[in-house]
Design a protein around this ligand. Sequence first.
Ligand SMILES: [Zn+2]
Ligand SMILES: [Zn+2]
Length: 230
Amino acid sequence: MSILEAVIGLVAPPECISCGVEGTAFCLACSSAEIITYGERCWSCGATSAGGRTCSSCRKDSPRYVWISTNYEGAAKKLINVYKFSGLRTAADNIAEIMNQTLHDFLTKAELAKLNYLIVPIPTATSRRRQRGFEHTKLLARVLSRKTGLATIDALGRLGQTRQLGAHRDVRLKQTEGKYYVRLPYLIKDRNILLVDDVVTTGATLRGATKTFRQAGAKRVDALIFAKRL
Ligand SMILES: [Zn+2]
Ligand SMILES: [Zn+2]
């Protein structure tokens, strides 16, 4: 937290985006009243699917399970907006709490312990990150890690974020084809990966990331997303 943020924090404690009560960006009462769960459906086509498993028609390059908290509308949309675009970092706690709830709706504590996921945030595109001054999915992953006790690692790199100095042009072109790459692949091999993102739209990013982790030798790839854009 910067000095400026600390000062702003002292002057104006967060208020619930919905009812205006002070002390939190989204109070528990509003959260339980206004967040309508996405439920046991395929993340991609919306068809009913037991346990939130990706249906057979949408399976290509998809995580096996994608658990979504809610649709991107109403209070959920407002919460994402204050978090990402107004830069209200404390909203990470509210969003991660709802995602943690979703995870526990689908998995028992024993199942979670057995899967022992590595939480991996989907990276924010460079220009947007610069605009907001922080990486919102990385912060969500960190808060989720604290809440679940699962480790988090910033293992997914997006090509084009770092300048590939010295690479020949044909090598650069080949690298850009894949769009993503895995950092620290020895930590990924044979592990179960839980990709984390705030909003899913077309799913191209999710599929690209999944493919990259499978190629890097991950055992299983699932995903936890806050909201699905309609
Ligand atoms: Zn409220
Ligand atoms: Zn489907």
